[in-house]
Design a protein around this ligand. Structure first.
Ligand code: AMP
Length: 396
């Protein structure tokens, strides 16, 4: 497999799939351009080699091309500023006009194609659509880790048209290397911290992780399903009643595999789902009727912190509580701070999933952890399956 560093893009037109699915305000100003910045090293390398770049991306989930608010036109100016060179735009990704601009593209020039998802053939993975896109370039570069778990036309199918000319971009290569490091070469003790709303989306991940980790810390909304499964009283907390047996099975499997599981012992219980609601910190197994647990308590924080401080590899996905509200951010902040401390002592920490990354951003700790993954769903699926369609398409 060729790497982007070993590929010479001189005189080549590179079709680069990126993830420019950035948040914008109502005036179409980009409120967080991290995803665009993440793709710059790849684009700049192609330009520096003497190549031309055709950028493909999706933005949001448009129903069709009539949804102008999802047009990638809104990011042309910003992209051009970041690259310090003009960016051409084709307002239909596979039109005659797009193909003709692509044909005339010279070394050093950049063309951004309109939102791929204006065509339903993109997510359907339609061969003819992938072939239309492929016809515009000489080499395919995938730098969109966030969508690598989807077998879409531009993330997977298109690679078939470039059997000898397909490479990962820098971001994608970095993501894959970092996850593989955690999954295959983790220094022990290895602790996984899982939180977020529900158990249901994380069952397969936990299953896979149990063969690799020493400690499993469970927080967030999913903790209450584990507590109820063991006979605790969880009041109005988020619970998946159809997953009580699954939770018990996870605990049994973990024990059989020698994995220590840490579930919160106390919780910040609130009278309603609101920042200003009446709150009390209580034993997590005795939440009063009418109250719901919205964060882990300080006793749980202490237990979790100690495990984290003594870990050499840490994987974190999902907040410990409803960290978006200041009353319930304490637990998530404590865990983030403990991960930072462990990292300073030499542990390797990988944080993934939109909400954990948002939390790390909120607490301004981005530079203090080993690696922040840009993929939420993609990261979880990589752990579950040991690969992703978009990764396999390049490697295969
Ligand atoms: P996920 O997408 O599954 O990672 O879930 C992330 C969401 O879980 C965040 O928006 C949190 O606000 C939410 N969350 C965390 N803890 C709780 C809780 N105790 N009750 C309800 N929602 C929670």
């Amino acid at each position: 497999m060729k790497t982007i560093d070993s590929y010479n893009f001189n005189n080549k037109k590179a079709l680069v799939r990126v993830d420019f699915n950035v948040p914008m305000d109502i005036n179409f100003s980009i409120t967080d351009d991290t995803r665009i910045r993440s793709a710059l090293p790849t684009i700049n390398k192609i330009i520096a080699d003497g190549g031309a770049v055709i950028i493909m991306s999706h933005l949001g989930r448009p129903k069709d091309a009539t949804e102008e608010k999802y047009s990638l036109r809104h990011i042309v100016k910003h992209l051009s500023k970041l690259l310090n060179r003009p960016v051409l735009f084709a307002d239909d990704c596979i039109s005659k006009e797009a193909k003709s601009i692509a044909k005339e593209l010279k070394a050093g020039e950049i063309l951004l194609l309109e939102n791929l998802r204006f065509y339903k053939q993109e997510t359907a993975g339609t061969l003819s659509f992938a072939s239309d896109l492929a016809s515009m370039g000489d080499v395919y570069v995938n730098d969109a880790f966030g969508t690598a778990h989807r077998a879409h036309a531009s993330t997977t199918i298109i690679a078939n048209y470039f059997p000898n000319d397909k490479v990962f971009g820098y971001l994608m290569a970095n993501e894959v290397a970092n996850i593989n490091k955690v999954l295959n070469n983790a220094e022990k003790p290895f602790t996984a911290i899982l939180g977020g709303a529900k158990v249901s989306g994380k069952i397969l991940v936990i299953d896979k992780l149990l063969d690799k980790i020493d400690n499993l810390i469970i927080g967030g909304g999913m903790a209450y399903t584990f507590i109820k499964a063991q006979g605790g009283k969880v009041g109005n907390s988020l619970v998946e009643d159809d997953k009580l047996n699954v939770a018990l099975k996870i605990l049994i499997d973990a024990k059989a595999k020698g994995v220590n599981v840490y579930i919160p012992v106390d919780t910040v219980a609130a009278a309603s789902f609101s920042n200003e609601a009446e709150q009390q910190t209580v034993d997590i197994s005795c939440i009063p009727n009418g109250f719901l647990g919205l964060d882990i308590g300080t006793a749980s924080e202490k237990i979790f912190e100690e495990i984290i401080h003594n870990s050499k590899t840490i994987l974190w996905n999902g907040p410990m509580g409803v960290f978006e509200m200041s009353s319930y951010e304490h637990g998530t902040k404590a865990i983030a701070t403990a991960i930072v401390k462990a990292t300073k002592k030499g542990a390797y920490s990988l944080i993934g999933g939109g909400d954990s990354v948002a939390a790390i951003n909120k607490f301004r700790l981005v530079k203090e952890v080993s690696y922040l993954s840009t993929g939420g769903g993609a990261l979880l699926e990589y752990i579950e399956n040991g690969n992703l369609p978009g990764v396999k398409a390049i490697e295969g």
